[in-house]
Design a protein around this ligand. Sequence first.
Ligand SMILES: *Cc1c(COP(=O)(O)O)cnc(C)c1O
Length: 356
Amino acid sequence: MKKYNFNAGPSMLPREVIENTAKQILDFNGSGLSLAEISHRAKDFQPVVDEAVALIKELLNVPEGYSVIFLGGGASLEFCMIPMNFLEKKAAYLNTGVWAKKAMKEAKAFGEVVEVASSADTTYNYIPKGWTCPEDVDYLHVTSNNTIYGTELHEDLDVPVRMIADMSSDIFSRPVDVAKYDCIYAGAQKNLSMAGVTIVIVKNDALGKVTRYLPTMLNYQTHIDGGSMFNTPPVVPIYCALENLRWIKKNGGVEEMAKRAKQRADVLYAEIDRNKLFKATIADPADRSYMNICFIMNDEYKELEKEFMEFATSKGMVGIKGHRSVGGFRASCYNAQTMEGVEALVACMKEFESMH
Ligand SMILES: *Cc1c(COP(=O)(O)O)cnc(C)c1O
């Protein structure tokens, strides 16, 4: 039976990305050695990093004066590296979910943190609006897509200060106005590559402004100066990212990714709204994520949750269980998700409805 992968992360990648990466793991560039067996400083590997950096800059239209680096440690390490490198006195955070909250917690160790708004009161089921950002902060931190709850900022905010964004789960799914940000970071395993690498896009002249001592490995400048080779980078995930970046470019770039994401999300949300058994956890269509589409059983059908889970699994759906803090279901539809996958899930929801 065909499987449809809706995993939230690590998640689906285009088949050809997996296949091309697998080939290089067996025999890198016809060298007879595995990609996993060569030095990251080998002359064949440098072009991999160079092309990946160039493609990231091209796809996101990164302006002059920014660096792109590959790090380990996941997006979670960035939660502390960001304030360490950018927070001198005060920073603002928009609290839209658990990841935002974790980022805020780390920042408090380095300076004053202002929570500009929070949707914690209703399990983060909306994006707070109508708040103002203080102008005397070093940056405003936002989480562009809230993977667990299924809310998303579909546009770059207009605020009077520089922004820093955790784009782990929607990077490369839409065009971004990078010039509004001092730093954008993303763990790769949602929408870019396999787990193990984090990409960081950083404005060069935003660095060097804090007075504290920065441990060498936790200083962004170290990795910019070292071209992501200060220490051994995660070679295989970087290679896999390169293959995915090539795939995104070949398929029309981030504009096309945005179009496809919206098409898929529209189809799935339409069925959730129509089907009497289900309801979306995010009521306001403007806040609904195109990447993580969350829904629960309608109140009168609560007891069918387990049965739908089993039914969907029997039809080949993988990874649709909602995060434990929200319950219900979550269909993650990153760039690699197909309309066929979404239609299969919709068909499954319709069939289940007809059985009840
Ligand atoms: C998954 C996720 C993280 C955590 O990423 P790790 O790579 O596991 O540290 C952080 N932020 C967001 C938005 C995520 O989706």
